[in-house]
Design a protein around this ligand. Structure first.
Ligand SMILES: NC(=O)c1ccc[n+]([C@@H]2O[C@H](COP(=O)([O-])OP(=O)(O)OC[C@H]3O[C@@H](n4cnc5c(N)ncnc54)[C@H](OP(=O)(O)O)[C@@H]3O)[C@@H](O)[C@H]2O)c1
Length: 165
């Protein structure tokens, strides 16, 4: 199973405003949903999951794996696990070819630090804003990437990289 991190980012490197808002275009939200549909799953931190619930972005057609230290009861197509490694093991056990990591910063930092991401897909939205959340916290080690492809959707650019191991 391949583990792919898919995130949307501003041109100046933020994944959300400090108040957690994300000013992406409706088309970009659709592209993210399509990406997740293709993988059949999305793995998210508890905070990202809460935001997805509030914005009505849960897709019941795909498996949502939420990471939280709290052990919560599964519902619909959503399950809870207590660590990123449990999330990856769960997705592998279900036979997915791709584990689709949906963020946010805490989860991404943990997975990158432990060398558990194989590919990174970044959609760069045509916007900059002042102060926001980074893709990963400053504690990550240097990670080297090989560029695989670039796609353009209007003013949005999708960069795909393989993580060199
Ligand atoms: N631009 C994008 O593509 C994109 C995508 C996703 C999210 N975001 C943004 O990212 C922000 C949320 O990121 P965040 O860093 O604040 O939170 P997060 O990573 O979504 O969630 C953090 C929570 O997930 C659980 N968790 C994460 N790593 C864990 C680990 N290694 N072991 C156990 N539990 C773990 C913990 O839940 P408990 O506290 O329940 O234990 C932790 O408090 C939001 O602003 C959101 O809008 C942006």
């Amino acid at each position: 199973m391949k583990t792919i991190l898919m995130m949307v980012m501003t041109v100046n490197g933020f994944i959300a405003r400090l108040n957690d808002e994300v000013p992406w275009s409706p088309e970009e939200f659709k592209r993210c949903a399509e990406f997740a549909r293709e993988a059949g799953n999305i793995i998210v931190g508890r905070k990202t999951y809460q935001i997805m619930k509030e914005t009505d972005d849960i897709d019941d057609e795909i498996l949502t794996i939420v990471i939280s230290r709290d052990v919560l009861e599964p519902h619909g197509n959503t399950v809870y696990v207590t660590s990123p490694t449990h999330a990856l093991a769960y997705a592998k056990d279900k036979g997915f070819a791709t584990a689709n990591i949906g963020g946010g910063t805490a989860l991404v930092t943990d997975l990158l630090t432990r060398g558990l991401i194989d590919e990174i897909v970044l959609d760069i939205e045509p916007i900059l804003f002042d102060r926001g959340l980074p893709l990963a916290q400053v504690s990550i080690p240097d990670i080297h990437l090989e560029h695989l492809s670039t796609q353009q959707f209007g003013d949005t650019v999708r960069l795909r990289y393989e993580v060199k191991k």
